[in-house]
Design a binder for this molecule. Structure first.
Ligand code: FES
Ligand SMILES: [Fe+2]
Length: 403
């Protein structure tokens, strides 16, 4: 065996780079107390930006889609205006509150017409037509357009902020994390598929689930462990954790992977489909920040509820929607480049299905943990050095709530 080819197992000592975060056990109250959830709603959730789609979904002027914001209990209408801008509105007709547009996606010749009494709104949300207007008592159409919701685009992703006057612009919210990952070829992965599930647990637990890999050898012995950990990393350690303000990135590390023959074939073809050559060389500074040759995947977190699992040429967006102190909705959308051959497609499909299996294994622990939290059975969490991302999330939430 060639000793030179064997990389070192990552050291412990990552947490020491962030002394302000501490090392002690943490109080679990923020994971279940209704009063704390109510405070998070005002201080964190309402003030954040949420990724709700991609610009490719509304390529031409008049294209639109509707989507819900489950945390806030309402639906929005997103469209491409004539000037090319992306507009987002509360999907609520100003006559009596029916949805202004009932379809989930499509193309409008320029008007959205409510299917209750036929009021019509244009691509700027302006109220253009009231049916039998003379029967009303002086409606001021200029003041009765659809209510806008703050909306912005970053690297082709459409974001909205539920705050009436956002306290942070989208750019400010993305911060250094956004700047350092902007140059990834996001828009080359034009094909995607999405699935979602509701989980009876706090939103932070959903974030925690992929945010450490210390559990991989134990929880995923037959799925992720043989390819992500194998014999070279038996404790499931990370390459690095990079904290940037409220956001953070975990860099994953793989050595001596032991894929099964079919997996090997699938990975080979998936890589070919993504035109991966030389791993992530040339990627922006926020991706594989340590420039390790043993890098596999980054988990890029935008606090509080959006993260991306990102590898060379393929990525997955995870958007968590808090529904209450112990209920969350998880939406996953995988993005790939169009496959050139059937073998490449097989490789991509295999990767997507494997990844979903791993996520389902992750989620198998969450409702049990929540039950222990809700019943007061666990009042402290003890984090490993490589569970720093979880400790950081706890630190950020606690700091914001205290302020
Ligand atoms: S509620 Fe929309 S037209 Fe009446
Ligand atoms: Fe996992």
């Amino acid at each position: 065996m060639n000793e030179m080819a064997t990389p070192p197992v990552p050291d412990i000592g990552i947490t020491a780079h962030y002394p302000e975060i501490g090392t002690g056990p943490v109080d679990t109250a923020i994971y279940h107390e209704p009063a704390i959830y109510a405070k998070e709603m005002d201080a964190i959730l309402r003030r954040s930006w949420y990724m709700i789609g991609r610009v490719e979904q509304i390529a031409r002027a008049g294209d639109f889609f509707t989507t819900d914001l489950p945390t806030f209990g309402y639906e929005i209408l997103v469209c491409r205006a004539r000037d090319g801008k992306v507009n987002a509105f509360h999907n609520v007709c100003t006559h009596r509150g029916n949805v202004a547009e009932h379809r989930s996606e499509g193309h409008s010749a320029g008007l959205f017409t409510c299917r209750f009494h036929g009021w019509s709104f244009d691509l700027e949300g302006d109220l253009k037509r009231i049916r039998d207007e003379e029967g009303f008592f002086g409606c001021d159409k200029a003041k009765m357009g659809l209510r806008r919701i703050a909306c912005g685009v970053w690297q082709g992703f459409i974001f909205v902020c539920p705050e009436e006057e956002p306290s942070q612009t989208l750019e400010e919210w993305l911060g250094e994390q956004g700047a350092d990952t902007a140059d990834y070829p996001w828009s080359q992965c034009t094909q995607s598929y999405q699935w979602e599930c509701e989980i009876a647990c706090n939103w932070k637990l959903v974030n925690d689930s992929p945010a450490e890999v210390h559990h991989i050898p134990v929880l995923h012995p037959n799925s992720a462990a043989p390819t992500m950990m194998a014999s070279g990393n038996p404790m499931g350690r990370l390459l690095d954790v990079r904290i940037r303000g409220n956001h953070r990135t975990n860099s994953h590390y793989s050595v001596q992977a032991e894929p099964k023959p079919v997996q090997k074939l699938a990975y080979f073809h998936a890589s070919a489909a993504q035109n991966v050559a030389g791993g992530a060389r040339g990627y922006p500074p926020g991706i594989n920040a340590t420039r390790s040759p043993f890098w596999t995947v980054d988990l890029i977190m935008f606090f509080p509820t959006l993260s991306f699992t990102l590898s060379a040429g393929m990525y997955t967006a995870h958007q968590v929607w808090p529904l209450g102190p112990n209920r969350s909705l998880y939406r996953q959308r995988v993005f790939v480049k169009p496959a050139g051959t059937a073998a490449e497609r097989f490789g991509q499909e295999n990767t997507m299905v494997e990844f979903r299996d791993v996520v389902m294994e992750d989620f198998s622990t969450l409702e049990r943990i929540q039950r222990a939290l809700d019943s007061g059975q666990i009042r402290e969490f003890h984090y490993h050095d490589h569970e720093l991302a979880l400790r950081h999330q706890h630190h950020v939430v606690t700091r914001i709530l205290a302020a």
